[in-house]
Write a protein that binds this ligand. Structure first.
Ligand code: PBG
Length: 344
């Protein structure tokens, strides 16, 4: 005969309830109403942490919609200033400028010319809205006839020769009044090269926001229509990162910090929240996330079909990016978000 000993179920030390339900911990207590939920909310989106991208073209009176990005336009400087006026009146922190030059060549001369479209647009914005921060996206692909982010010889993208043109571009953007320089080319050694060039031109106080972990992503598709910067042959996989590599992304981030980056960036944002989160655990620098064109287009398309609630989805996405550890976000939703949060 076997003796069956009935053990009393071991009680969790937390579960000492007098109600007899065995539940001392009730997570729903702090979810009871909106005021209570606000009190314990951990993550907030603030418009002053957002950067709004602008696509600038030569000419006058131009405001051309980008088909895959509803609400976003290629604009001439005069039209762009009207939009910037609204941005400046909101609490959005900064704009980032992408230029579409009238003509492209093999030296990307439109990128570093004093009369380049980004230089002209930067001067125009800083003259009227001196307090709005202007970020210069320092890259060559929009200005190269072949659409790559560096100089090409024999079908190869040359690293060190590209650095010289990038450095020249960064200095000319700073001369035009850019408050932050953001190199997005992914050449090796560009942060050190740009820091040296900026310091040499007395721009010791202009910070570098490095596109450090920039992945070779299909989510840039709509941007390439907007910036007319699609590579004419091949792709960007010899300089942008393999989406599969997280440890390598951390190396890129650490390397950019060693070279003098003030802010590091992860791009795109939503498929790479793990990179943001892991970087946050390791580094102390501000982390930027780029919520890129394809991420915007997907939300817009679904919303246009009535499949999702745009406002809630956008705020949820941005909350996720902040929760992962991003301090600032570049997003095409910035103006809508500022409006929704009642600050524009
Ligand atoms: C330029 C650049 C790109 C983006 C920002 N800077 C495109 C690319 O690398 O091909 C993409 C931004 C977006 O998709 O919103 N190098």
């Amino acid at each position: 005969m076997s003796t069956v000993t009935t053990k009393t179920p071991r009680q969790s030390p937390l579960a000492q309830s007098s109600s007899g339900t065995g539940m001392a911990v009730r997570m729903r207590r702090l979810r009871a109403n909106a005021v209570m939920r606000s009190l314990v909310r951990e993550t907030h989106i603030r418009p002053e942490k957002l950067i709004y991208p602008l696509f600038v073209v030569e000419g006058k009176g131009i405001r051309k919609p980008i088909s895959a990005m509803p609400g976003i336009h290629q604009q001439s400087i005069d039209e762009m200033l009207k939009e910037v006026e609204q941005v400046a009146a909101s609490s959005i922190g900064a704009v980032i400028l992408f230029g579409i030059p009238e003509s492209k060549d093999a030296q990307a001369s439109g990128a570093w010319s004093e009369q380049g479209i980004v230089q002209k647009a930067t001067r125009a914005i800083k003259e009227r809205f001196p307090d709005l921060l202007v970020v210069g996206d320092t890259c060559l692909c929009e200005y190269m006839d072949h659409g790559h982010c560096g100089i090409i010889e024999g079908g190869r993208i040359l690293n060190d020769q590209s650095l010289e043109i990038l450095a020249r571009t960064a200095v000319s953007q700073a001369e035009a009044g850019a408050d932050i320089i953001a190199p997005s080319d992914m050449m090796d050694g560009r942060i050190a090269a740009l820091r040296q060039a900026l310091d040499g031109a007395n721009f010791t106080d202009v910070p570098l926001m490095a596109y450090s972990a920039k992945f070779a992503s299909a989510f840039y598709g709509p941007f390439r229509e907007a910036a007319q910067s699609a590579p004419q042959f091949g792709d960007r996989t010899t300089y942008q990162m393999d989406p599969a590599n997280a440890r390598e992304a951390l190396r890129e981030i650490e390397l950019d910090i060693e070279e003098g980056a003030d802010i590091v960036m992860v791009k795109p944002a939503l498929p790479y929240l793990d990179i943001i989160s892991r970087a946050r655990g390791i580094i102390k620098h501000p982390i930027a996330a780029y919520n890129v064109s394809g991420e915007y287009s997907m939300v817009k398309a679904a919303a246009a079909n009535g499949w999702i609630d745009e406002r809630r989805v956008v705020l949820e996405c941005l909350t996720g990016i902040v929760r992962a550890g991003a301090d600032l976000i570049i997003t095409y939703h910035a103006r809508d978000v500022a409006k929704w949060l009642g600050q524009a």
